[in-house]
Write a protein that binds this ligand. Structure first.
Ligand SMILES: Nc1ncnc2c1ncn2[C@@H]1O[C@H](COP(=O)(O)OP(=O)(O)OP(=O)(O)O)[C@@H](O)[C@H]1O
Length: 298
């Protein structure tokens, strides 16, 4: 099966600005892929190159093994499509269906898919932001694409709107579609994405499952005296695996070694008052990967 999205050393330069820097990105069939990064990291520029809306400075793009611009199996929501405010949702989609040479029977199908059937007759201008976004997704679905590319589909939505959008995207992926969405809201997309790619200052700094990105769990230990505890832990595990926290130590060590660590600390004469596992906070990971430049994490 051909890979829905693959880029090789994809690069875009605007004068002195390297907006996208040698990005190798792969989106696999059937997954929801979150393309994450702070504002200005290069997400929109990358997505525009994927769709053939912008010419790369160098590098390659292939969608289902074909060059960009061949969008037979691709639906996209990049900038809000030019919906007419005075037309209903349904009529707006009918206009787009005619442009796209898609049968108008698809209009009701996609309205149903995004949960807008009951409000399809209302004017677009009366729609909430969440409904507008869902109508945008409906437009992207008109051609019944195998790949959906969505730029910040949850941007500006309230919690209920975000939750609706998450359900919708999950449902679409459940139907065998591949979804690539960008976001600067890590907390929002981590719940629905199978994998995420993190972009920072134009560079893809990580591409992984959410679980892998979280990495190893850490063992939080409080033992007295603290200085001696740090020395003993460092002797046991090496300095790279020991971090001094405000309260106690954080040890990067496999869960099955917790009892051993505890035994060694106690044997060294330390009073251990706390010993528990803590998963790394994904927002912290994101913050570290992006050089701490974003305050907009989930
Ligand atoms: N047409 C352009 N001319 C010059 N610089 C540009 C142009 N478009 C984007 N850039 C620059 O390229 C970088 C990446 O921008 P891009 O819009 O791709 O980021 P983004 O991650 O999508 O952020 P946002 O979510 O804010 O849109 C930024 O530094 C931006 O200022």
């Amino acid at each position: 099966m051909t890979v829905p999205v693959e880029t090789t050393a994809l690069t875009k330069r605007y004068g002195d600005t390297l907006a996208v820097d040698a990005v190798n990105l792969t989106v696999r069939a059937g997954e929801v892929y979150g393309f994450l990064g702070p504002n200005g990291a290069g997400k929109t520029t990358t997505l525009r190159m994927l769709l053939g809306l912008l010419r790369p400075t160098s590098g390659e793009v292939a969608l289902f093994g074909r060059p960009p611009g061949d969008l037979r199996e691709v639906g996209a929501l990049i900038e809000s499509p030019g919906f007419y405010p005075y037309l209903s949702g349904r009529n707006n989609l009918s206009v787009l269906a005619r442009y796209a040479r898609v049968g108008t029977d698809r209009v009701d199908t996609v309205l149903d898919l995004v949960g807008l059937s009951e409000r399809a007759g209302d004017r677009y201008s009366r729609y909430s932001l969440g409904m507008k976004q869902r109508l945008g997704v409906a437009a992207a679905l008109l051609k019944d694409p195998r790949l959906l590319v969505l730029d910040e589909p949850t941007n500006g939505l309230d919690p209920a709107g975000m939750s609706d959008m998450r359900d919708l995207l999950r449902r679409l992926a459940g139907q065998g579609r591949t979804v690539l969405l960008s976001s600067h809201l890590l907390g929002e997309v981590q719940q629905i994405c199978d994998r995420v790619g993190v972009i920072s200052r134009g560079r893809l700094v990580a591409e992984n499952t959410v679980a892998e990105l979280r990495g190893e769990a850490v063992l939080h230990v409080v033992a007295e005296p603290a200085g001696r505890a740090e020395t003993v832990a460092t002797e046991l595990l090496g300095a790279a695996r020991v971090r001094r926290q405000r309260r106690g130590l954080e040890l990067t060590v496999e869960p099955e070694k917790a009892a051993w660590v505890n035994g060694e600390l106690v044997a060294a004469g330390l009073a251990v008052s706390e010993l528990r596992y803590r998963e790394r906070d994904l927002e912290q990971v994101f913050f570290e990967l992006t050089g701490g430049e974003s305050t907009h994490v989930g």
